[in-house]
Design a protein around this ligand. Structure first.
Ligand SMILES: [Zn+2]
Length: 263
């Protein structure tokens, strides 16, 4: 067996072989909370809705930091110019995490980088890392961010921010990646274009969290992102809508968390 596998095969192996757990301590340790970095408003619910709901139910701290403003979803809408769309997407994210049992006033933050322009380096990148560390606070925390091989520039850039932040946090901090669009390498989504399939070092590490009890709350949270799931914005024919195949992947009874080596 080679040292690197194609991303799709790698994910399928992860999904069949990584331990399936029902308890939060396996992911978060005996104390401490979860900090979920979402490149766009909706990634938190798609990739970590079950985890966040489980944290809320268990009284574990769970916070969400949204990196970009999400204004790339309907760039030609006249009725929803960028400032109005950004405000809507913030509101939708607040409603989403409320449905997961979190408190938007306490548990939600936004970095507000323009959609598709999350920095991968330079002063903007350093600023993003600093803000993540600020938001993480002093307590023990496990970081969750989209997978570096997700085929979207903001997802990969956000992962780089998360990795740099996790390396600056105290020893014992863990970083988990949650694939969103990368799942399309394993489960092709019609009409969703994929770049050449990356090679990923084998074997995968991490866990799968059983979210059967949180699935209804997760569905409700994703549905709160009305601009992404409905015809709410109807004046941009090329506007984005979450395809049913992506929703079906998000609504499976487990969430996949790939552990990243930090040191
Ligand atoms: Zn995204």
């Amino acid at each position: 067996m080679s040292d690197a596998w194609r991303a799709g095969e790698w994910l399928r192996v992860a999904e069949s072989d990584l331990p399936l757990v029902t308890d939060l301590p396996s992911l978060l340790g005996s104390e401490g909370g979860a900090l979920v970095l979402a490149p766009h408003p909706d990634d938190e619910s798609l990739g970590c809705g079950g985890l966040l709901a489980a944290c809320a139910a268990a009284g574990r701290s769970a916070r969400v930091l949204v990196i970009s403003d999400g204004t790339g979803s309907h760039p030609r809408s006249k009725a929803w110019p960028p400032a109005r769309l950004a405000a809507l997407r913030r509101e939708e994210t607040g409603a989403a995490i409320e449905r997961l049992g979190l408190d938007p006033g306490r548990d939600l933050g936004f970095l507000g980088f323009p959609d598709t322009a999350v920095p991968k380096e330079g002063p903007g990148f350093d600023e993003a890392v600093r803000k993540v560390l600020e938001f993480a606070g002093a307590g023990p925390v496990s970081l969750f961010c989209t997978w570096e091989h997700d085929p979207h520039c903001d997802h990969a850039a956000s992962f780089a921010v998360a990795l740099a932040a996790a390396r600056s946090l105290p020893h014992g901090t863990r970083l988990f990646a949650y694939p969103v669009w990368g799942l399309a390498f394993a489960y092709p989504i019609p009409g969703f274009p994929l770049p050449p399939e990356p090679l990923v070092p084998a074997p995968p590490r991490g866990l799968r969290l059983d979210i059967r009890r949180q699935l209804e709350a997760k569905r409700q949270a994703v549905a709160a992102h009305l601009s992404q799931t409905s015809a709410l914005i109807d004046d941009d024919p090329g506007g984005f809508r979450l395809p049913p195949e992506a929703l079906a992947l998000a609504f499976r009874p487990q969430e996949l968390f790939l552990e990243e080596a930090l040191r």
